[in-house]
Write a protein that binds this ligand. Structure first.
Ligand SMILES: [Zn+2]
Length: 244
C-alpha cells in the first residue's frame, strides 16, 4: 500500500527511539471494545475486549508492542490472531507471547513466519469461528498479498440483532482506496478474487480495520472497487494498485 511505503526507515528509527507509538479507542459498543496501537511501520495492532467478560483477542503483533502488552495484561487474552506473516506484523510476536502466552492463529501458508515453538493452535481456516467471551471472530482465508493472508470478521447474532456495527480486520488485503501490495499480476488477481468472494459480500456498514493507516467501510470500498472493475484489467499491473 502506497501510504506506508512513504514511511522511511529514518521515520521508523525515530518512532522506535522515542517510543512515539499511538493508542486510540476505535470503538466502544454494547458487546465489544476495540483499541488500536500503532507501532513499527505505522502498523495497526488491535485489542478487542468482550464488554461483559473482559476476555480479549489481539490482532497482529508489530514491533515494540509495549502499550499493547500493558493494556492487554489488564484483560484476559485468549487469542492472538495474525493477519499474515510479513515481518512488520509479527516482529513483536515474541514480546507479546512471552508476556501473555495465548493460543495463536495464523494462516497455514504463513505459519513459517513464527517460530516452531509458537503456540499455534487456533484453526483459522474459512468457516471456523473463534469464540472469546461473548464475541466471535470468523476467519476467512484471503490469499494474494501473502499465500496465508487471513481476514477476521467480528460479528455475532446478538450484535447484528442489536444493530451494532460489525468489524473486519483485513491486514494488508484491503485498505481505503485499494488492495494491499501484490508481488505479481497473478497475486493481484488472487487478492481481487479473495475480496470478491469473502469481503465485498459483507454488509456495507461493516467497518474495515486494515493493518496500516486509516479505516473505511465495506460500502465505500465496494463503490471504489466498482469503478476499477468497470474497466478492463490491465494485464501488466501489480504492486501498489489503486482502485481509481
Ligand atoms: Zn504485508
Amino acid at each position: 500500500m502506497r501510504r506506508f511505503l512513504l514511511v522511511s526507515s529514518s521515520h521508523t528509527a525515530w518512532t522506535r527511539g522515542n517510543r512515539m507509538s499511538t493508542t486510540d479507542k476505535v470503538f466502544t459498543g454494547k458487546y465489544w471494545l476495540i483499541e488500536r496501537y500503532v507501532s513499527g511501520f505505522s502498523n495497526n495492532a488491535f485489542l478487542i475486549t468482550c464488554a461483559r467478560t473482559g476476555r480479549s483477542v489481539i490482532i497482529d503483533t508489530p514491533a515494540d508492542p509495549h502499550e499493547l502488552v500493558e493494556a492487554a495484561a489488564k484483560t484476559n487474552v485468549e487469542a492472538i490472531l495474525i493477519t499474515h506473516g510479513h515481518r512488520d506484523h509479527v516482529e513483536g510476536y515474541e514480546t507479546v507471547n512471552n508476556s501473555l502466552t495465548a493460543p495463536t492463529g495464523i494462516g497455514n501458508d504463513d505459519r513459517g513466519s513464527l517460530l516452531a515453538s509458537a503456540p499455534v493452535s487456533i484453526d483459522v481456516a474459512t468457516g471456523r469461528s473463534i469464540a472469546v467471551g461473548d464475541i466471535t471472530l470468523k476467519p476467512m482465508h484471503t490469499p494474494g498479498h501473502t499465500p496465508g493472508s487471513t481476514c477476521y470478521l467480528l460479528e455475532t447474532a446478538d450484535s447484528l440483532a442489536a444493530g451494532e456495527p460489525s468489524h473486519v480486520f483485513t491486514g494488508d488485503t484491503l485498505f481505503p482506496g485499494g488492495p494491499g501490495k501484490s508481488s505479481s499480476h497473478d497475486a493481484l488477481k488472487q487478492i481481487i478474487d479473495s475480496l470478491e468472494t469473502h469481503i465485498f459480500t459483507m454488509p456495507e456498514s461493516t467497518v474495515v480495520l486494515p493493518g496500516h493507516g486509516d479505516f473505511t467501510t465495506i460500502g465505500d470500498s465496494k463503490r471504489e472497487y466498482e469503478v476499477f472493475a468497470s474497466r478492463p484489467l490491465d494485464p501488466n499491473i501489480s504492486g501498489d494498485v489503486t482502485w481509481n
